[in-house]
Design a binder for this molecule. Structure first.
Ligand SMILES: CCCCC[C@H]1O[C@@H](O)C[C@@H]1SC[C@H](NC(=O)CC[C@H](N)C(=O)O)C(=O)NCC(=O)O
Length: 221
């Protein structure tokens, strides 16, 4: 079978959570990196970007856009989306939260230095006061290894992604959340995730000035 193919910039942005979900599910994927306006305009001209935007993923004979739609499709396809609607809606609540937090980081990369620093400080504050306390409590009340139904799901994958991203901004953030700290170790040791965390995987580095320049030049902003 043909592998899913991801069309995005050579960086995290909105595509990184899709890379994480596929990798955690043990699914190999290909990537086409958009480096020039010509590439982007060809995708537009060929009518492959529904609202003129990326991420775009080709999978199962479909051309998908809209990050959350793609993530939901993949979570359901690889049985990472709960056993019933009540579990699925909790997974959606948790992943909408971690996606909000990670998008704050993605957008901050495009701000001027002073504003960027302020935004990233706010990200760490939000993580420590809004998001991490919620997940620490879920793990405490739930008393299980995973966030939902004591089964590995998309919510666990994305929380680990968010924890690691916040630790890149402030390495001292986890000690006040002991259950999250144990969760991070546990989920990082799941073989498919452990492999994705090794150097040489398709995981992307934090956004740098080159990534920002390419996105700006391709999207003309
Ligand atoms: C200020 C914005 C910062 C982010 C800019 C881009 O780099 C990434 O870090 C995030 C985005 S991705 C690129 C952007 N994509 C989106 O905004 C997709 C939004 C959609 N709801 C989704 O969830 O997939 C893009 O194609 N824009 C073209 C344009 O709308 O005409």
């Amino acid at each position: 079978a043909t592998k899913p193919k991801l069309f995005y910039f050579r960086g995290r942005g909105r595509m990184e959570s899709i890379r994480w979900l596929l990798a955690a599910a043990g699914v190999e994927f290909e990537e086409e990196f958009i480096e020039t306006t010509e590439q982007y305009e060809k995708l537009l001209k060929d009518g492959r970007l529904l609202f003129g935007q990326v991420p775009m993923v080709e999978i199962d004979g479909m051309v998908l856009t809209q990050t959350r739609a793609i993530l939901s499709y993949l979570a359901a396809k690889y049985d990472l989306y709960g056993k019933d609607l009540k579990e699925t809606v909790r997974i959606n609540m948790y992943t909408d939260g971690t996606l909000d937090l990670m998008l704050m980081i993605a957008v901050a990369a495009f701000k001027p230095p002073a504003e960027k620093e302020e935004s990233l400080a706010l990200v760490v504050k939000r993580a420590k006061t809004r998001y991490f306390p919620v997940f620490e409590k879920i793990l405490k009340d739930h008393g299980e290894d995973f966030l939902v139904g004591n089964k590995f799901s998309w919510a666990d994958i994305q929380l680990l992604e968010a924890i690691l991203m916040v630790e890149e901004l402030d390495a001292s953030v986890l000690p006040e959340f002991p259950l999250l700290k144990a969760f991070k170790t546990r989920i990082s040791n799941i073989p498919t995730i452990k492999k994705f965390l090794q150097p040489g995987s398709q995981r992307k580095p934090p956004p740098d000035s080159h990534y920002v320049e390419v996105v700006r030049s391709v999207l003309h902003f």
